[in-house]
Design a protein. Structure first.
Lengths: 127, 264
């Protein structure tokens, strides 16, 4: 059940991991269990896979990690004109940054949209 | 008997290859299906446990073959994937204790099968000679991580320091940020799924990911500036686009064995 490289940890049963992936545990119990899962190589892999399955069962798209998410952040200049100052917030659709138009010297808010979210036209419209 | 009739109707509709007279199905239902949902999946499960012609093939076609990518991600070779798939079939279907018998309909059959498949693949990899090579591969990946473009201008010692800084920065993240980042980067979980396991709104997850990104970017920039204050400009400019690639490797190397939280 455990790797010799990992410290002692609890290994969870299949049904427990399924309940966790399905979001049926509630916040406190889920957090406690996730701390243990993170320390267990097998449970981590099982949870990763079953979580993918649960998302697909729910009709959601997976969201492949993409080059570019990290490309936007404070200090960056986008399009040679908009320098990002700081992050203001994030939501389900994307992130919002305080930026400066370096040509005009004016502050502005810059919104980014999550690639997974941008795949549907209706979402782009809402954005 | 309503659930049984619904189960039979849906099952025969979805799996027409499985020939099962109602009277015989009803007997099977009363002994193994009572109290269970009237779904096509349940019909298939009962048919498989009875060993009906066409049932195993239907399970294979509809549920097991689609799990091949799951097995492949863990097994990392076609041969081992084939072995795992075969073991999965055996484990699920063959007497004396077919695993399919223990499926509880509190989750979808597909989700439950993905758990059994993952466990099977882990067992196959653990038993194989490839397991040891896999451990070596992880170490090699760790070394390869220091060869990212943003680190081109750095020497070997500095690259190692940078890699260590990234790992330390990941460990310093609050647990929920680290877990969210890890599942997003390595398992392609969307923010809805991350929110689901934590029982929080997806916007909360988005804020966690943003905070994690800010923290890691900050750490790496500081470290790069410290290690190569002058000639590292080019490296700094290419850092953001490479960071998520590097992160994948961090999680691949430390995450497989679990990440220990840094002492506070």
């Amino acid at each position: 059940m455990s790797s010799e490289l990992a410290p002692a940890h609890r290994c969870f049963g299949d049904d427990e991991l399924l309940e966790l992936a399905l979001g049926r545990l509630g916040q406190a119990a889920a957090r406690e269990m996730l701390r243990e899962v993170e320390r267990c190589p097998d449970c981590s892999v099982v949870l990763a896979e079953v979580g993918r399955g649960v998302a697909l069962d729910a009709g959601e798209d997976l969201e492949p990690a993409h080059i570019g998410w990290f490309a936007v952040g404070p200090g960056d200049v986008l399009g040679g004109r908009f320098r990002i100052v700081r992050a203001l917030g994030a939501g389900g659709m994307g992130e919002v940054y305080e930026a400066v138009d370096v040509e005009l010297g004016e502050p502005l808010a810059l919104k980014t949209i999550r690639p997974g979210f941008a795949q549907k036209a209706s979402r782009i419209e809402r954005f | 008997m309503e659930a049984a009739q619904e189960c039979y109707r849906l099952g025969t509709q979805r799996f027409p290859d499985i020939s099962w007279p109602w009277a015989e199905f009803a007997v099977a239902w009363s002994s193994a299906g009572e109290g269970r949902p009237g779904t096509a999946e349940e019909f298939l499960r009962l048919a498989c446990l009875r060993g009906l012609p066409g049932a195993a093939a239907a399970l294979d076609r509809e549920f097991l073959r689609p799990l091949r990518p799951v097995l492949r991600r863990i097994c990392r070779s076609e041969d081992l994937t084939d072995t795992a798939l075969q073991e999965l079939r055996t484990k699920l279907l063959l007497p004396p204790a077919p695993r399919l018998d223990s499926y509880k309909p509190t989750s979808s059959l597909r989700a439950w099968l993905s758990v059994v498949a993952t466990r099977t693949a882990l067992d196959v990899v653990r038993r194989s000679a490839v397991h040891e090579r896999h451990e070596v591969e992880l170490e090699e990946q760790l070394a390869a991580m220091t060869e990212q473009p943003e680190q081109r201008v750095l020497g070997a010692e500095q690259r190692a320091l940078l890699a260590a800084a990234l790992r330390a920065a990941v460990r310093r993240l609050p647990h929920e940020q680290r877990f969210a980042l890890r599942m997003h980067v390595t398992a392609n979980w969307n923010i809805a799924q991350i929110g689901r396991v934590f029982s929080v709104h997806r916007a909360t997850v988005a804020r966690w990911l943003l905070a994690a990104k800010e923290a890691l970017r900050g750490t790496l920039r500081e470290e790069l500036e410290r290690l190569a204050p002058g000639p590292a400009d080019a490296a700094l400019s290419s850092l953001p686009s490479q960071l998520d690639v590097s992160l994948s490797r961090v999680f691949a190397t430390t995450g497989v064995h679990g990440i220990e939280e840094a002492p506070r």
